[in-house]
Design a protein around this ligand. Sequence first.
Ligand code: NAP
Length: 327
Amino acid sequence: MRVLITARIPEEIVSTIRSEHEIEINEFERPMDRADLLARVRDKEGLLCTISDRVDKELLTNAPLLKMIANYGVGFDHIDLDAATARAILVSNTPGVLTDATAELTFALILAVARRVVEGDQRTRKGHFRFWAPLLFLGRQVTGKTLGIIGFGQIGKAVARRATGFDMRVLYYSRTRLDASIEQKLSVEHRGLDDLLTESDFVSLHVPLTDKTLHMIGARELNLMKRSAYLINAARGPVVNERELVEALRAGKIAGAGLDVYENEPKLTPGLVDLENVVLLPHVGSATVETRTRMGEMAAENLLAGLRSQTPPNCLNCSRLASVKAR
Ligand code: NAP
């Protein structure tokens, strides 16, 4: 069968897929532009795509032969799952293998924004480190503070585990509350969203982007946070109303923000880059050699299984497709 791979991935993974299928690959570092993507997917049975590719109704209509979409990533808000399911196209993702890398990066953001790591580095390089003084370049201590985690799935829990090393009190908000025994084991306390925002020194977002989580954090929620608190977003940009975040940061409603993702990625909301109390990363939550390799292996396993008419190990819509078939 014919497979389109929309981004450069490790060569050994490409070889594994090539051993069973004919491959077309985007050889450039940048994502495929829309017209190119639509043209090249037209005669393909398999698609290995990333967050940079919008897999919507238009693309699916344009790809009449498509059987299998293997997403290289855990979040799949860029794929119209309903439209793919209606066409009986299998869709998979790569859950779990990004957990540790993204939790690490979340902590990097927490520490960087609270201890002014990036600002300090920039000033030192510019020759502004001339002497040590007791009140110079003060940040906020992380140890012993309260961390509020919104979305307590795999990454949220991995962040909570790391927080115990900093003696933090951990609050969480998820729609499903854990059993009391598990809460106790993880040393976490459940809160409603507003209470979590009010009580936390650091609020860290780990929900998927859905119609329920779009703009979950805006002016009202930022107003509930302490003026000394920080917002961390390594989930998806549109979970936060970025314009209202810039206003809150400017007005000192919160102390700072650490962002890995943006509402209109890769564009930044005007005003964001002018703020000193933010740390801005280019969506690198999963960007470690180990994780990106494993993501590629999983995406390939899913793709190959789907094209062999087997159930991909990380299928997102197989149970829905099976229940449609059973009816
Ligand atoms: P996960 O295990 O599915 O966890 C997501 C959690 O969010 C679940 O526990 C879910 O619990 C909760 N949730 C969903 N909707 C909610 C709502 N409306 N209100 C409150 N909680 C809600 O996923 P994960 O592996 O932890 O990944 C989370 C997200 O991180 C991904 O979807 C992806 O977008 C993002 N991510 C970003 C990067 C990066 O590079 N920055 C890397 C990896 C992942 P309930 O359903 O019980 O509420």
